[in-house]
Design a protein around this ligand. Structure first.
Ligand SMILES: [Mn+2]
Length: 472
C-alpha cells in the first residue's frame, strides 16, 4: 500500500468511526459523513439491512458496491396502457438506491428497452437517464449494461457504435473501463473496473442474450436446419463464448469476477410463464459451474426474483410488474459487495414497490359495482383485466362500462358477454371459428368504440371498411 493510499485509508477509517459515533452514515469514495437524512428512502420504501451495510469495520479495505437489476423494458405497453410513467418511477427508485447505498457500479443485466418502444420513446428514455443518473455518473459511478432478447438490435448497435466513436479505447476486452460513464455490451465481452480507493480491479464478464447475429458469427450461423437445431447451437455458442472469455490472456482467474448475463439458466423457476416468449423458443443454458467460477452472477431475463442453488447466483427480477403472471412478485434490486478477495457478505435484496395488477370478474353488475366501490377505494393506478357478464333488459352495458372506467381507469383489457346469449358450447364454437382479417378489425372497432356516439362509431367503421376494401 502506498503512503498516500495508507493515509487516505486511515483518514477514511477515522471518519467512519467518528460517523458511527455521531450516528451518521459513512461510505468510502464519496463525501464522508453524509447525514442519515441523505439516505432517506424514496416514498413508501423500507430498506432492509441498509444501515449494517453502510457501517464498515474501520481499517478494512473498502469493498466495491454493486447494484444488480435487469429487465427494465422501458417504453413498454400492457394492452391499451402505456407503462412509461410506472417504469420511469421504478428507474428513479433504482437511482435513489444508487445514491443512498453509495453504489459504485450499477449493473443492468439486459432488456433495457421494450420491443414496443418507438424511436421517439427511445430518445426520451435516454434523455430521462441523463436526468436520473447524471449525478451518479458525475460522482464517479459506472453503469454496465448488456442487451437482452427484447432490446432493439438496431437501436442498441447504434448506441454501441456512437459510444465507441466517442471513446474508441473504452470497452476493449480485458481493459479497465474509466468510471463515470455508461457502457453497453452487445457482444460477449469482459472489462475491468478499478475500485475507487482499494486499488484492486474487479472483472465483469458481460454476456448479452444469445442471438444468432452475436453468437453464431461466420459460416456456422447459416448452417442450422430447424429452430431446435438453432437453439442447440446457441446453447453451445453461449458456453463457448463464456469459456473463451475466461481463457483470455487478460482474464485473471484469481482476481474477483462478476458475471452479468441475460439468459435462461437451467433450473430457474419461470413462474406462470416467460415474458412474451414460449419455452420452446427460449435458449436454456447450463449453469452448474457458475457458482464456483464467479463471486457473483447477475442474471436477467426471468422476471421472477430468485437465486439458483447458491445465494450469489441471482435473477434480480424486473423493476415493475410487467403482466398478470407477475402479480404475486415482490420486485427489488440486489446489492452485493466485492473486495480484493471476492464477495463480502451475503447479497441483500432492496425492495421496489410495484403496481397492483389483477383480473376482475363482474357477473352481477347491480350487486358487484357498489361492492367493488367499497372494496377498491384506491384502484386508480391498478392495472385491471375486466371480464364482464351483463343481462339485457336489466343492465345497461354502456353505463356499466362507464362506471367500471371510473373505478378502474387503468383497465388494460376487457371483454364482455350477455348472460343469456352465449351458452358454453356456443361460446366454444365461436372461439374455434377462425375470423377473417376484416371481421377481426370490425369487431375490434365495435368494441373499442362502444362508448362513443352511434354516428361517430358508424363514421369510423365506414372509414375502416373503405380501407379494408382497398386492401382486398
Ligand atoms: Mn429477456
Amino acid at each position: 500500500m502506498s503512503r498516500a493510499r495508507f493515509l487516505a485509508a486511515t483518514l477514511q477509517s477515522a471518519c467512519a468511526v467518528e460517523c458511527r459515533a455521531k450516528s451518521k452514515s459513512y461510505s468510502p469514495g464519496r463525501k464522508p459523513c453524509a447525514l442519515l437524512a441523505d439516505l432517506a428512502p424514496p416514498d413508501g420504501l423500507q430498506l432492509g439491512g441498509l444501515t449494517s451495510t453502510l457501517l464498515r469495520k474501520p481499517g478494512t479495505i473498502p469493498e466495491m458496491k454493486i447494484l444488480h437489476t435487469a429487465d427494465w423494458h422501458l417504453g413498454d405497453r400492457l394492452g391499451r396502457i402505456d407503462r412509461t410513467d410506472d417504469l420511469r418511477k421504478a428507474v428513479e427508485r433504482v437511482a435513489a438506491y444508487c445514491k443512498s447505498e453509495r453504489v459504485d457500479v450499477l449493473l443492468v443485466a439486459g432488456d433495457l428497452f421494450s420491443e414496443l418502444a418507438r424511436p421517439d420513446g427511445l430518445r426520451e428514455t435516454i434523455r430521462h437517464w441523463q436526468d436520473v443518473f447524471g449525478e451518479f455518473l458525475q460522482s464517479g459511478g459506472t453503469i454496465l449494461t448488456l442487451t437482452g432478447n427484447h432490446d432493439n438490435e438496431n437501436f442498441c448497435q447504434t448506441l454501441v457504435h456512437a459510444m465507441t466513436l466517442a471513446a474508441p479505447t473504452v470497452g476493449r476486452i480485458g481493459e479497465c473501463v474509466p468510471p463515470g460513464r455508461l457502457y453497453l455490451a452487445a457482444d460477449p465481452s469482459f472489462v475491468r473496473i478499478q475500485d475507487r480507493l482499494g486499488g484492486y480491479d474487479v472483472q465483469f464478464v458481460l454476456m448479452p442474450y444469445p442471438t444468432p447475429s452475436h453468437f453464431l458469427k461466420g459460416e456456422a450461423g447459416l448452417k442450422y436446419g430447424s429452430p431446435d437445431e438453432k437453439n442447440r447451437m446457441l446453447v453451445t455458442a453461449w458456453a463457448d463464448a463464456l469459456q473463451g472469455l475466461r481463457a483470455h490472456p487478460k482474464y485473471d482467474p484469481k482476481a474477483p469476477a462478476i458475471l452479468a448475463a441475460h439468459v435462461h439458466v437451467q433450473g430457474s423457476s419461470i413462474g406462470p410463464g416467460l415474458f412474451r416468449l414460449t419455452e420452446q423458443e427460449d435458449i436454456v443454458v447450463e449453469g452448474a459451474d457458475l457458482p464456483q467460477q464467479f463471486d457473483y452472477v447477475a442474471l436477467g431475463h426471468i422476471h421472477k426474483p430468485q437465486f439458483l442453488g447458491a445465494s450469489h447466483v441471482r435473477y434480480s427480477g424486473s423493476i415493475e410488474r410487467m403482466d398478470l403472471g407477475e402479480q404475486a412478485d415482490q420486485k427489488g434490486v440486489v446489492l452485493v459487495e466485492v473486495g480484493p478477495n471476492g464477495r463480502e457478505g451475503e447479497p441483500i435484496v432492496l425492495p421496489l414497490p410495484s403496481t397492483p395488477i389483477y383480473d376482475m370478474v363482474v357477473r352481477n353488475p347491480a350487486e358487484d359495482l357498489p361492492r367493488l366501490r367499497r372494496e377498491f377505494p384506491n384502484s386508480r393506478h391498478d392495472l385491471v383485466n375486466l371480464h364482464i357478464t351483463y343481462t339485457s333488459g336489466v343492465d345497461q352495458l354502456e353505463d356499466l362500462l362507464k362506471d367500471l372506467d371510473s373505478l378502474f381507469p387503468r383497465w388494460y383489457a376487457r371483454d364482455w358477454k350477455e348472460s343469456g346469449s352465449l351458452g358454453p358450447s356456443l361460446a366454444t364454437l365461436e372461439g374455434l371459428r377462425t375470423k377473417g382479417f376484416g371481421e377481426t378489425v370490425r369487431e375490434y372497432l365495435e368494441q373499442e368504440l362502444i362508448q362513443h356516439g352511434d354516428e361517430e362509431r358508424q363514421a369510423i367503421i365506414q372509414i375502416a371498411d373503405e380501407l379494408l376494401k382497398e386492401m382486398e
